[in-house]
Design a protein around this ligand. Sequence first.
Ligand code: NAD
Length: 481
Amino acid sequence: MTQFQPRMLINGQLVEASDKATFPLFNPATREKVADVPEATEDDVNAAVAAAKAAFPAWSALDPAKRGSYLKKLAALIRQHNDELAHLEASSMGRPVTEYIDGFAAAGHYDHYSEAWAQIQGQASLNTPGYVNMTLRQPYGVVGAIIPWNVPLVFFAGKSAPALITGNTVVLKSSEKAPLASAKLAELIHEAGFPPGVFNVISGHGLPSGAALSAHMDVRVLTFTGSGRTGRLIQEVAAKTNLKKVILELGGKSPAIIFDDANLDRAVAETMHSIQWNSGQVCMANSRIYVQENIASQFVEVFKQKFSAVKAGNPIEKDVKHGPQADEIQYKNVLSFIEEGKKSGSLALGGKGNLESTGGFFVEPTVFLETPEDARIMKEEVFGPVVNINTFKTEEEAIKKANDTHYGLYASVYTKNIDRALRVAKALESGYVGVNSTSPATGRDLPFGGYKMSGQGREGWLHSMDNFLETKSVMIRIEDA
Ligand code: NAD
């Protein structure tokens, strides 16, 4: 067990669940119990939303620079506690501490939004004769945020910071698979001195607390990152309750296209990193790679060498870059995809789980070749270090294969031909396109979000505040002199 005792933050108080219920959390690298985590009840959700609703009038009326000062304090506290946050994440979902970027990324979000309030602007026009018209941008009220476990604090901050600076109050639910760093942030929010009720953090499973938050009649916006399955449930519940605004960042099956004129060293290194980082548990990981036929064998050889050379092990050891899958459910899910993959494609690397030899939920870096495009592993998200490498002959064929998916989160193309790069970028059905670059590279001021079943709405430093602001039109008649 860690020394850390996770609690929730409701109405300015660090609390246990109202019925004292907890759920056990296990370290995926060792399977040792790490902590007992509060399981929020429906009453806890109601209490958090009521506190947020009560805090809203004063918070939204505050000078936005003052609101920003709380975010700034929180950013500084996160930076101070970065090492502790890295260790909490390693012990809950297995992220190697050397690969931990979330603390500084979260602090960056809070710092950025602390000063972004001047962008909250309406418009004015004289286009209606006899009137001066204007629009006002105003906060919704209570924002619910539900986050996944793979990069928890990036979503924690990426959702709460723009919601808070625009004058909304927040109830955030962490993921049951990675609740510890979020619980630590609850402590830091408390220490930063936010007024009670402005920023509430609860922990627990989808049922009951996630569902209760999505159904709550006083939650006006629900921002969600997670699986398509849960996204659909949230959308449905929102439609059946108060038609709250829903922002969905969902899964992906991202393609990378490598043409024969590409910088091969770069293409191999980056596409390998994309599917390896965080043990492949990344929504935008390039899980399908399409390589032009005449360079495929060369590409695959170097890819396999690099992928198998990544050091796996206990995520708290300094030189480890590849941790276990987040928990037993994820481990079994990835292995079941691998078994199916062996039947549809040709296994070129890995293909095993190493639970028995390591004591943790480690999956070998796995490569499949020549998998039919309609195989389940080519269509569904595996969320593990598993990649399918297929080939193509022509540009047209590559685009067709890349777009043959219900997802559309991130796609990439490697070529030195600028015309081809731009033709392909234009043709790819994807919310994000990397040219001679792939995920997880993103630009903080670019909008992030999915085409098709990868979601709806966009997030990003220039876009997220818009998600949390209503637009009101005001017409002012001017009497003739
Ligand atoms: P998940 O959908 O299982 O869980 C996400 C969150 O939803 C958790 O907090 C969970 O407790 C909650 N939840 C579960 N059931 C619920 C319900 N009925 N009502 C309300 N909330 C409920 O997803 P996950 O396994 O945590 O995350 C992995 C998924 O997230 C992958 O599909 C991945 O692609 C996606 N993801 C997307 C992005 C993106 O930006 N598009 C980023 C990261 C992860």
